[in-house]
Design a protein around this ligand. Structure first.
Ligand code: SF4
Length: 335
């Protein structure tokens, strides 16, 4: 892990940057991204495998307390593989299987991973985002062929973490350490402007990504979602999320940092600004329309990322598209 190029107080100051100071921050972040990733963006295709979750996060419409109101679904392995074929046809070699924390879906996921590997002749990164599982479950998924895993720590403020997620930060960190130990390429991530969060704790979030030694980290501005305890809270600032991205890039230039759909939801053009701030991953949604309507991660009016949108913002940023950086030869297949 590279040594942070910003001190704690410099990160704190950079989070407030606006105007020309913010432009300088972004320019340095882009310079480092382009140096480490040769002016290219990694493209992922996501399939949302279930909308059921046993956790009760205060900011999420798929929380446990909403399960009885939501139209629940679990994809079968055949359905997952069918969507994976579309990702393959689109020339994308990173398949993200994402869902609520619902171990019931794991059997289908395991079966699907084997079929996906076969479909790609082994040259595919299978990236999972399925929540906190036991070390044995992580190990089984790894043996089934999963390459990488996203488990966002969400907030490094231990008291706030427990308050909004009903689980301890330490248990989340333990899962992250298990994943790293099992040889996964690991992603964490955090929410900026989560109600009750202090700005100093965002500095901690950034530094925690470095301390953990993860390979990926995302930043999502808080988005108040309907039917959640935080529905009436104000939306997170796009500028703060972008400045956090830029700080991550400057501190840890080799990180994969997505420009997430929540940035676009915060403001039209938000994902393009994510690239301007140094992000280098975009994810296209391949979930079937019927399931996508039921996957309520930010409520019903979330921004769904499609190929055309991605091609447009990548082109406008003067960047190219590349494949996975985690496949054996590190070259990735151009999309
Ligand atoms: S944010 Fe994730 S873990 Fe929390 S309730 Fe939603 S789907 Fe479950």
């Amino acid at each position: 892990m590279a040594v942070s190029m910003l001190s704690t107080s410099e990160i704190r100051a950079a989070l407030d940057a606006r105007g020309s100071r913010q432009q300088e921050l972004f320019a340095e972040a882009r310079r480092l991204r382009d140096k480490h990733f040769a002016r290219s963006i990694v493209l992922r295709g996501v399939i949302e495998v279930t909308n059921v979750c046993r956790v009760n996060c205060d900011y999420c419409p798929m929380r446990r307390d909403n399960t009885r109101y939501n139209d629940r679904y679990f994809m079968s392995s055949d359905e997952i593989v069918q969507r994976a074929r579309e990702i393959h046809e689109a020339g994308i070699d990173v398949i993200l299987l994402q869902g609520g924390e619902a171990p019931r879906v794991l059997a289908a996921v395991k079966e699907a991973i084997a079929a996906i590997k076969e479909l790609y002749g082994g040259r595919v990164e299978v990236l999972l985002n399925l929540g906190s599982l036991t070390r044995d479950q992580y190990s089984e998924l790894r043996q089934a062929g999963a390459t990488s895993y996203i488990l966002k720590h969400e907030t490094s403020d231990a008291a706030l973490h427990e308050q909004v997620r009903g689980e301890t930060l330490e248990s989340r960190l333990e899962s992250l350490r298990d994943l790293l130990d099992l040889g996964y390429k690991v992603g964490t991530g955090f929410i900026s402007d989560l109600p009750g969060q202090r700005i100093e704790s965002i500095v901690d979030d950034i530094e925690l990504a470095g301390r953990l030694g993860v390979h990926m980290c995302s930043v999502s501005p808080f988005a108040p979602a309907p039917d959640t305890p935080l529905a009436d809270q104000p939306s997170g600032s796009l500028d703060l999320a972008l400045n956090s991205i830029a700080c991550l890039r400057i501190c840890y230039p080799h990180l994969l940092i997505p420009s997430v759909s929540a940035l676009e939801k915060a403001d039209s053009g938000g994902q393009a600004r994510g690239l301007e701030a140094g992000a280098n991953v975009l994810t296209i949604n391949f979930t079937a329309e019927s399931d996508r309507q039921r996957y309520l991660i930010y409520g019903k009016n979330r921004f769904v990322v499609r190929m055309q949108h991605v091609q447009e913002i990548v082109r406008n940023a003067g960047l190219g598209i590349r494949g996975s950086i985690f496949l054996p030869d590190g070259a990735g297949r151009p999309a």
